[in-house]
Design a protein around this ligand. Sequence first.
Ligand code: NAD
Length: 325
Amino acid sequence: MSKELLITGGAGFIGSNFIRYLLNNSAYNLTNIDSLTYAGNQSTIKQFNEGENYRFIQCDISDLQQLKKVFDRKYDMIINFAAESHVDRSIENILPFVNTNVVGTVHLLQAVLEGKAKKMIQISTDEVYGSLKDDEDPFTERTPISPNNPYSASKASADLFVQSFLHTYKLPIMITRCSNNFGPYQHPEKFIPKVIFSAVKNREIPLYGDGLNRRDWLFVKDHCRAIERVMEAGRPGEVYNVGGGFECSNKEVVMTILNYLDKSEALIKYVEDRKGHDYRYAINCSKLKQQLNWKPSYSFQESIIKTIEWYKQNSQWVNHVAKSR
Ligand code: NAD
Protein backbone atom coordinates (compact mmCIF):
# COMPACT_ATOMS: atom_id res chain seq x y z
CA MET A 1 0.00 0.00 0.00
CA SER A 2 1.23 3.53 -0.77
CA LYS A 3 2.45 5.58 2.14
CA GLU A 4 0.35 8.54 3.29
CA LEU A 5 2.18 11.87 3.53
CA LEU A 6 0.82 15.07 5.05
CA ILE A 7 2.51 18.07 3.45
CA THR A 8 1.88 21.45 5.01
CA GLY A 9 2.42 24.71 3.11
CA GLY A 10 2.23 22.87 -0.22
CA ALA A 11 0.81 25.89 -2.05
CA GLY A 12 3.99 27.88 -1.34
CA PHE A 13 7.33 27.91 -3.11
CA ILE A 14 9.25 24.89 -1.79
CA GLY A 15 6.19 22.86 -0.75
CA SER A 16 4.64 23.03 -4.23
CA ASN A 17 7.95 22.11 -5.86
CA PHE A 18 8.20 19.16 -3.48
CA ILE A 19 4.68 17.96 -4.33
CA ARG A 20 5.40 18.27 -8.05
CA TYR A 21 8.64 16.33 -7.53
CA LEU A 22 6.89 13.51 -5.61
CA LEU A 23 3.96 13.28 -8.03
CA ASN A 24 6.47 12.81 -10.87
CA ASN A 25 8.90 10.53 -9.08
CA SER A 26 7.10 8.47 -6.44
CA ALA A 27 3.95 6.56 -5.51
CA TYR A 28 3.08 8.29 -2.24
CA ASN A 29 -0.46 9.44 -1.40
CA LEU A 30 -0.27 13.14 -0.66
CA THR A 31 -2.50 15.37 1.44
CA ASN A 32 -1.55 19.03 0.94
CA ILE A 33 -2.78 21.47 3.59
CA ASP A 34 -2.30 25.20 3.29
CA SER A 35 -4.16 28.21 4.67
CA LEU A 36 -3.50 30.08 1.38
CA THR A 37 -1.93 33.24 2.75
CA TYR A 38 -0.60 35.83 0.25
CA ALA A 39 2.35 33.42 -0.25
CA GLY A 40 0.30 30.33 -1.05
CA ASN A 41 -1.56 30.38 -4.27
CA GLN A 42 -4.32 28.32 -5.91
CA SER A 43 -2.77 29.05 -9.29
CA THR A 44 0.43 27.34 -8.10
CA ILE A 45 -1.37 24.10 -7.25
CA LYS A 46 -4.15 23.99 -9.87
CA GLN A 47 -2.01 21.67 -12.04
CA PHE A 48 -2.11 18.95 -9.32
CA ASN A 49 -5.07 16.72 -10.12
CA GLU A 50 -7.25 15.79 -7.17
CA GLY A 51 -7.54 12.00 -7.08
CA GLU A 52 -6.47 8.92 -5.22
CA ASN A 53 -2.88 10.04 -4.72
CA TYR A 54 -3.41 13.79 -4.13
CA ARG A 55 -5.87 15.97 -2.26
CA PHE A 56 -5.87 19.57 -1.06
CA ILE A 57 -7.48 20.80 2.16
CA GLN A 58 -7.47 24.48 3.06
CA CYS A 59 -6.36 24.54 6.68
CA ASP A 60 -4.52 26.83 9.09
CA ILE A 61 -2.05 24.78 11.16
CA SER A 62 -2.31 27.25 14.03
CA ASP A 63 -6.05 26.44 14.36
CA LEU A 64 -6.68 23.13 16.16
CA GLN A 65 -10.32 22.92 15.03
CA GLN A 66 -9.30 23.21 11.39
CA LEU A 67 -6.49 20.68 11.84
CA LYS A 68 -8.92 18.06 13.21
CA LYS A 69 -10.54 17.55 9.80
CA VAL A 70 -7.16 16.73 8.26
CA PHE A 71 -6.62 13.74 10.55
CA ASP A 72 -9.35 11.57 9.02
CA ARG A 73 -6.56 9.07 8.28
CA LYS A 74 -3.26 8.12 9.86
CA TYR A 75 -0.17 9.52 8.15
CA ASP A 76 3.18 7.80 7.74
CA MET A 77 4.88 11.17 7.81
CA ILE A 78 4.24 14.91 8.19
CA ILE A 79 6.55 17.26 6.27
CA ASN A 80 6.11 20.75 7.64
CA PHE A 81 6.86 23.48 5.11
CA ALA A 82 4.08 25.83 6.29
CA ALA A 83 5.53 29.07 7.54
CA GLU A 84 5.52 32.79 7.37
CA SER A 85 8.83 33.06 5.56
CA HIS A 86 9.71 36.66 4.73
CA VAL A 87 12.20 38.35 7.10
CA ASP A 88 11.08 41.87 6.10
CA ARG A 89 7.47 41.05 7.01
CA SER A 90 8.57 39.65 10.38
CA ILE A 91 10.26 42.96 11.17
CA GLU A 92 6.94 44.74 10.50
CA ASN A 93 4.65 42.29 12.32
CA ILE A 94 5.89 39.29 14.29
CA LEU A 95 2.58 37.75 15.47
CA PRO A 96 1.68 35.76 12.34
CA PHE A 97 5.21 34.30 12.54
CA VAL A 98 4.68 33.15 16.13
CA ASN A 99 1.26 31.71 15.33
CA THR A 100 2.26 29.72 12.26
CA ASN A 101 5.93 28.97 12.77
CA VAL A 102 5.80 28.21 16.50
CA VAL A 103 2.20 27.39 17.53
CA GLY A 104 1.43 25.62 14.23
CA THR A 105 4.56 23.47 14.54
CA VAL A 106 3.68 22.54 18.13
CA HIS A 107 0.21 21.43 16.95
CA LEU A 108 1.85 19.09 14.44
CA LEU A 109 4.27 17.73 17.06
CA GLN A 110 1.26 17.10 19.29
CA ALA A 111 -0.37 15.14 16.44
CA VAL A 112 2.71 12.89 16.23
CA LEU A 113 2.62 12.46 20.01
CA GLU A 114 -1.05 11.43 19.79
CA GLY A 115 -0.19 8.79 17.16
CA LYS A 116 -1.94 10.58 14.28
CA ALA A 117 1.29 10.47 12.27
CA LYS A 118 4.24 8.12 12.65
CA LYS A 119 7.09 10.52 11.81
CA MET A 120 7.73 14.16 11.00
CA ILE A 121 10.28 16.31 9.19
CA GLN A 122 10.50 19.93 10.29
CA ILE A 123 11.72 22.14 7.43
CA SER A 124 13.90 24.72 9.12
CA THR A 125 16.52 27.18 7.91
CA ASP A 126 20.23 27.96 8.20
CA GLU A 127 19.15 31.38 9.50
CA VAL A 128 18.62 29.84 12.95
CA TYR A 129 22.43 29.68 13.30
CA GLY A 130 22.79 33.48 13.02
CA SER A 131 25.44 35.25 10.96
CA LEU A 132 29.05 34.42 10.05
CA LYS A 133 32.14 36.58 9.57
CA ASP A 134 34.27 36.12 6.44
CA ASP A 135 36.88 34.03 8.25
CA GLU A 136 34.44 31.74 10.08
CA ASP A 137 33.75 28.15 9.05
CA PRO A 138 30.32 27.31 7.56
CA PHE A 139 27.53 26.23 9.93
CA THR A 140 27.46 22.56 10.89
CA GLU A 141 24.59 20.81 12.67
CA ARG A 142 26.53 21.40 15.91
CA THR A 143 26.68 25.19 15.51
CA PRO A 144 24.68 26.71 18.39
CA ILE A 145 21.35 28.29 17.50
CA SER A 146 21.63 32.09 17.58
CA PRO A 147 18.88 33.77 15.52
CA ASN A 148 19.08 37.50 14.83
CA ASN A 149 15.72 38.51 13.33
CA PRO A 150 12.09 37.80 14.29
CA TYR A 151 11.63 35.29 11.45
CA SER A 152 14.71 33.25 12.35
CA ALA A 153 13.80 33.49 16.05
CA SER A 154 10.39 31.96 15.28
CA LYS A 155 12.00 29.14 13.26
CA ALA A 156 14.59 28.57 15.99
CA SER A 157 11.78 28.42 18.59
CA ALA A 158 10.06 25.75 16.51
CA ASP A 159 13.33 23.79 16.31
CA LEU A 160 13.68 23.98 20.09
CA PHE A 161 10.15 22.59 20.52
CA VAL A 162 11.05 19.76 18.13
CA GLN A 163 14.16 19.03 20.19
CA SER A 164 12.15 19.10 23.42
CA PHE A 165 9.64 16.59 21.98
CA LEU A 166 12.55 14.42 20.84
CA HIS A 167 14.14 14.46 24.26
CA THR A 168 10.96 14.14 26.31
CA TYR A 169 8.88 11.73 24.23
CA LYS A 170 11.53 10.10 21.98
CA LEU A 171 9.45 10.84 18.88
CA PRO A 172 10.83 10.00 15.41
CA ILE A 173 11.27 13.53 14.14
CA MET A 174 14.01 15.06 11.99
CA ILE A 175 14.96 18.64 11.22
CA THR A 176 16.41 19.89 7.94
CA ARG A 177 18.11 23.30 7.81
CA CYS A 178 18.58 24.57 4.30
CA SER A 179 20.25 27.59 2.78
CA ASN A 180 18.59 30.13 0.46
CA ASN A 181 16.46 28.38 -2.17
CA PHE A 182 15.68 29.65 -5.64
CA GLY A 183 13.74 28.31 -8.62
CA PRO A 184 10.25 28.31 -10.17
CA TYR A 185 7.16 29.38 -8.20
CA GLN A 186 8.94 31.58 -5.63
CA HIS A 187 6.88 34.60 -4.60
CA PRO A 188 7.96 37.69 -6.55
CA GLU A 189 8.61 39.64 -3.32
CA LYS A 190 11.67 37.41 -2.71
CA PHE A 191 15.16 38.44 -3.84
CA ILE A 192 15.89 36.42 -7.01
CA PRO A 193 12.37 36.60 -8.57
CA LYS A 194 12.27 40.32 -7.80
CA VAL A 195 15.63 40.91 -9.50
CA ILE A 196 14.64 38.86 -12.58
CA PHE A 197 11.26 40.51 -12.93
CA SER A 198 12.61 44.04 -12.43
CA ALA A 199 15.44 43.46 -14.89
CA VAL A 200 13.13 42.02 -17.56
CA LYS A 201 10.89 45.11 -17.24
CA ASN A 202 13.86 47.54 -17.07
CA ARG A 203 12.80 48.63 -13.60
CA GLU A 204 15.10 49.67 -10.74
CA ILE A 205 16.52 46.73 -8.78
CA PRO A 206 16.62 47.54 -5.06
CA LEU A 207 19.75 46.14 -3.36
CA TYR A 208 20.15 46.32 0.40
CA GLY A 209 23.17 48.19 1.84
CA ASP A 210 26.36 47.69 -0.17
CA GLY A 211 25.09 44.43 -1.72
CA LEU A 212 27.97 42.47 -0.17
CA ASN A 213 25.91 40.22 2.15
CA ARG A 214 26.71 36.62 1.31
CA ARG A 215 24.41 33.60 0.98
CA ASP A 216 24.71 29.96 -0.05
CA TRP A 217 22.29 29.29 -2.93
CA LEU A 218 20.39 26.00 -3.31
CA PHE A 219 18.30 25.13 -6.38
CA VAL A 220 14.86 24.07 -5.16
CA LYS A 221 14.93 20.75 -7.05
CA ASP A 222 18.11 19.76 -5.24
CA HIS A 223 16.39 20.67 -1.98
CA CYS A 224 13.44 18.41 -2.90
CA ARG A 225 15.85 15.53 -3.60
CA ALA A 226 17.49 16.11 -0.21
CA ILE A 227 14.17 16.01 1.65
CA GLU A 228 13.26 12.80 -0.17
CA ARG A 229 16.54 11.23 1.05
CA VAL A 230 15.85 12.36 4.63
CA MET A 231 12.30 10.98 4.34
CA GLU A 232 13.55 7.61 3.14
CA ALA A 233 16.76 7.12 5.08
CA GLY A 234 17.14 9.91 7.67
CA ARG A 235 17.79 8.84 11.25
CA PRO A 236 15.10 9.82 13.75
CA GLY A 237 16.23 12.64 16.01
CA GLU A 238 18.87 13.95 13.62
CA VAL A 239 19.38 17.42 12.13
CA TYR A 240 20.54 17.62 8.50
CA ASN A 241 21.96 20.76 6.89
CA VAL A 242 21.19 21.21 3.17
CA GLY A 243 23.18 23.61 1.00
CA GLY A 244 23.88 24.20 -2.66
CA GLY A 245 27.63 24.68 -2.13
CA PHE A 246 27.62 27.96 -4.06
CA GLU A 247 28.30 30.99 -1.88
CA CYS A 248 28.30 34.50 -3.30
CA SER A 249 27.30 38.09 -2.54
CA ASN A 250 23.87 39.47 -3.36
CA LYS A 251 25.50 41.84 -5.82
CA GLU A 252 27.12 38.90 -7.65
CA VAL A 253 23.67 37.28 -7.97
CA VAL A 254 22.25 40.50 -9.43
CA MET A 255 25.17 40.85 -11.86
CA THR A 256 24.75 37.22 -13.04
CA ILE A 257 21.09 37.91 -13.83
CA LEU A 258 21.80 41.27 -15.49
CA ASN A 259 24.58 39.78 -17.63
CA TYR A 260 22.40 36.88 -18.78
CA LEU A 261 19.57 39.26 -19.70
CA ASP A 262 22.03 41.71 -21.24
CA LYS A 263 20.85 44.56 -18.99
CA SER A 264 22.79 47.46 -17.51
CA GLU A 265 24.23 47.58 -13.99
CA ALA A 266 22.69 51.08 -13.84
CA LEU A 267 19.36 49.39 -12.96
CA ILE A 268 20.74 48.66 -9.46
CA LYS A 269 19.49 51.05 -6.79
CA TYR A 270 21.26 50.72 -3.43
CA VAL A 271 18.68 51.13 -0.66
CA GLU A 272 18.91 51.49 3.12
CA ASP A 273 20.01 48.18 4.62
CA ARG A 274 17.51 45.80 6.25
CA LYS A 275 17.43 46.25 10.04
CA GLY A 276 19.77 43.73 11.67
CA HIS A 277 20.70 42.28 8.27
CA ASP A 278 22.76 39.08 8.72
CA TYR A 279 26.05 39.44 6.84
CA ARG A 280 26.82 35.87 5.83
CA TYR A 281 25.27 32.40 5.81
CA ALA A 282 27.37 29.43 4.69
CA ILE A 283 26.47 25.83 5.31
CA ASN A 284 28.39 22.61 5.69
CA CYS A 285 26.21 19.70 4.57
CA SER A 286 28.79 16.92 4.60
CA LYS A 287 26.64 14.94 7.06
CA LEU A 288 23.82 14.71 4.48
CA LYS A 289 26.32 13.84 1.75
CA GLN A 290 28.10 11.15 3.76
CA GLN A 291 25.19 9.56 5.63
CA LEU A 292 22.43 9.84 3.03
CA ASN A 293 24.46 9.90 -0.17
CA TRP A 294 23.05 13.19 -1.45
CA LYS A 295 24.79 15.95 -3.35
CA PRO A 296 23.46 18.87 -5.39
CA SER A 297 23.00 17.87 -9.00
CA TYR A 298 22.58 21.34 -10.56
CA SER A 299 25.28 24.02 -10.76
CA PHE A 300 24.31 27.58 -9.84
CA GLN A 301 25.06 28.75 -13.40
CA GLU A 302 22.72 26.24 -15.07
CA SER A 303 19.94 26.50 -12.47
CA ILE A 304 19.89 30.32 -12.41
CA ILE A 305 19.43 30.26 -16.20
CA LYS A 306 16.59 27.71 -15.89
CA THR A 307 15.04 30.00 -13.25
CA ILE A 308 15.36 33.18 -15.32
CA GLU A 309 13.81 31.43 -18.32
CA TRP A 310 10.97 30.08 -16.16
CA TYR A 311 10.07 33.57 -14.87
CA LYS A 312 10.22 34.99 -18.40
CA GLN A 313 7.80 32.31 -19.61
CA ASN A 314 5.45 32.57 -16.62
CA SER A 315 4.91 36.30 -16.28
CA GLN A 316 1.15 35.70 -16.00
CA TRP A 317 1.69 33.63 -12.84
CA VAL A 318 4.06 36.28 -11.46
CA ASN A 319 1.58 39.10 -12.13
CA HIS A 320 -1.24 37.13 -10.55
CA VAL A 321 0.72 36.19 -7.41
CA ALA A 322 2.21 39.66 -7.03
CA LYS A 323 -1.31 41.05 -6.57
CA SER A 324 -1.97 38.95 -3.44
CA ARG A 325 -0.43 40.71 -0.48
P1 NAD B 1 6.50 30.32 1.24
O1 NAD B 1 6.23 31.57 2.00
O2 NAD B 1 6.66 30.40 -0.24
O3 NAD B 1 5.34 29.25 1.51
C1 NAD B 1 4.80 29.04 2.78
C2 NAD B 1 3.45 28.39 2.61
O4 NAD B 1 2.90 28.17 3.92
C3 NAD B 1 2.43 29.25 1.85
O5 NAD B 1 1.79 28.47 0.87
C4 NAD B 1 1.46 29.71 2.92
O6 NAD B 1 0.14 29.91 2.44
C5 NAD B 1 1.53 28.55 3.90
N1 NAD B 1 1.12 28.95 5.26
C6 NAD B 1 1.48 30.06 5.93
N2 NAD B 1 0.88 30.08 7.14
C7 NAD B 1 0.15 28.93 7.23
C8 NAD B 1 -0.69 28.37 8.23
N3 NAD B 1 -0.89 29.00 9.40
N4 NAD B 1 -1.29 27.19 7.99
C9 NAD B 1 -1.08 26.54 6.81
N5 NAD B 1 -0.33 27.03 5.82
C10 NAD B 1 0.30 28.22 6.03
O7 NAD B 1 7.78 29.66 1.92
P2 NAD B 1 8.90 28.73 1.27
O8 NAD B 1 9.98 29.60 0.75
O9 NAD B 1 8.26 27.73 0.41
O10 NAD B 1 9.47 28.04 2.59
C11 NAD B 1 9.00 26.75 3.00
C12 NAD B 1 9.72 26.37 4.28
O11 NAD B 1 11.14 26.36 4.04
C13 NAD B 1 9.49 27.37 5.42
O12 NAD B 1 9.34 26.66 6.61
C14 NAD B 1 10.78 28.20 5.44
O13 NAD B 1 11.05 28.65 6.75
C15 NAD B 1 11.80 27.18 4.98
N6 NAD B 1 12.97 27.77 4.32
C16 NAD B 1 12.83 28.46 3.14
C17 NAD B 1 13.95 28.98 2.51
C18 NAD B 1 13.86 29.72 1.20
O14 NAD B 1 14.90 30.16 0.69
N7 NAD B 1 12.69 29.88 0.61
C19 NAD B 1 15.21 28.84 3.10
C20 NAD B 1 15.31 28.15 4.30
C21 NAD B 1 14.19 27.60 4.88
